[in-house]
Design a protein around this ligand. Structure first.
Ligand SMILES: [Zn+2]
Length: 397
């Protein structure tokens, strides 16, 4: 049964293959998890009565199940619908600088497994393919799940990805420049391959399950060792023609500034990345230290380290003010390891943003965009890679 359903499910998820009312309902369920019939009607534009008939059919064929959801504080559970968790699974794979991480989830949006495999920092595609395949085989064996139920594999990559699935530049993944992700992984995994840049995946995760749930227009700004970002407009993650939309770290602030890894001078990344901060901190301590330790010392009251965070946040706020002036989003999600510093980083970002952006506080409706920290500070890339498959975004063909 599961095989038959997942075969059917696969076709229904691809909007280029089918655009029937049934497929639209299935895609709404896949993209949103547990939802009410009213929400499905809103998302799909179908009449309530049509949605009800379709849901009844899908339940009869065991593709959809009823679930109870409980809003916090409200006693009565509401009835929602979800894809049958047994109808299929999907995988998210993060190709990071020195690890591969794999998350397995079912089509009802439950995470079933999450494993990280540390690797040397210059691992190559051949090795990644072998390691990923092995890890995936083990996961399916361990959970006694049929590989035939796997609907697709999403890849979150530490590099810009062109729409055809090639890695544009491999500054984080040396040796991967020009690598065709579909040609690399599809022959081995034998499943549809989806891919996007890791920050775009992070934005998708925050939109589907995290800090940006319910927002169709927002900007994700990732303050990590490097700087990443993503723009979500009308519910879609913008990729751009060459896959570099949202690379805020490489906005040039000072054309005479230091040389950046991208080849330009004075990029934002040089002023607010974790790498830049740790460089100064390590010189002061005359030893190496990680971001978690750095933040702990700053939060413990070290004024010098607090100053470094403040300066980084001010640079980030100036950069974001430009982004805000251009895009005018209602929400900024600040993610990455630096976001764990809380108000030490958030307060100066907000105030610098307000000082430099076009729309000022007091300008009335929509004048104050919200700044929130991301929900998935630790595995957003991988969760977003799962989201690529569930939302059928970034399919390589
Ligand atoms: Zn740069």
């Amino acid at each position: 049964m599961a095989n038959m359903i997942s075969g059917g499910l696969h076709g229904l998820l691809d909007e280029r293959q089918v655009d029937t009312p049934v497929a639209r309902v299935v895609r709404a369920l896949s993209g949103h998890g547990a939802v009410s019939a009213a929400q499905i009607a809103r998302t799909t534009g179908l009449a309530r009565s049509t949605v009800s008939t379709i849901l009844a059919d899908l339940k009869r064929s065991s593709l959809v199940v009823e679930v109870e959801t409980r809003s916090p504080g409200i006693g009565r559970p509401a009835l929602a619908h979800s894809l049958n968790p047994e109808a299929g699974t999907c995988l998210g794979v993060h190709l990071g600088r020195n690890e591969i991480r794999v998350v397995l989830a079912d089509v009802a949006h439950s995470v079933l497994a999450d494993i990280a495999i540390p690797l040397e920092s210059n691992y190559r595609p051949e090795k990644a393919t072998r390691i990923a395949k092995q890890a995936i085989d083990n996961i399916y064996k361990e959970h006694s799940l049929p590989y035939s139920g796997l609907l697709g594999v999403g890849f979150a990559v530490s590099a810009p990805i062109t729409p055809s699935g090639k890695i544009m530049r491999g500054s984080q993944l040396p040796g991967w420049q020009g690598v065709d992700l579909r040609a690399t992984f599809e022959p081995v995994l034998q499943k549809p391959i989806f891919a996007d840049n890791e920050s775009n995946c992070a934005a998708l995760a925050e939109m589907m399950w995290g800090a940006a749930a319910g927002f169709d227009n927002f900007v994700l700004f990732k303050l990590d060792l490097g700087i990443g970002g993503a723009i979500v407009a009308n519910g879609k993650v913008l990729t751009g023609v060459a896959g570099t939309a949202g690379e805020f770290g490489h906005m040039v602030l000072d054309p005479r500034g230091d040389l950046c890894s991208c080849g330009n001078r004075g990029c934002l990344e040089l002023y607010c990345s974790g790498m830049a901060i740790l460089g100064v901190a390590e010189r002061r301590l005359s030893r190496s230290l990680g971001m978690a330790e750095f933040i702990k010392i700053a939060q413990g009251g070290d004024v010098g380290f607090q100053r470094l965070l403040e300066d980084a946040a001010e640079a980030a706020g100036r950069g974001l003010a430009t982004v805000g002036t251009i895009i005018n989003p209602g929400l900024f999600v600040i993610s990455g390891s630096l976001a764990t510093a809380g108000e030490l980083i958030m307060a100066p970002i907000r105030s610098t943003y307000a000082r430099h952006t076009l729309v000022k506080p007091g300008d009335g409706e929509g004048a104050n965009p919200q700044f929130v920290t991301g929900k998935f500070l630790e595995n957003d890339n991988c969760m977003g890679a799962v989201g690529l498959v569930l939302r059928h975004h970034g399919r390589l063909s």
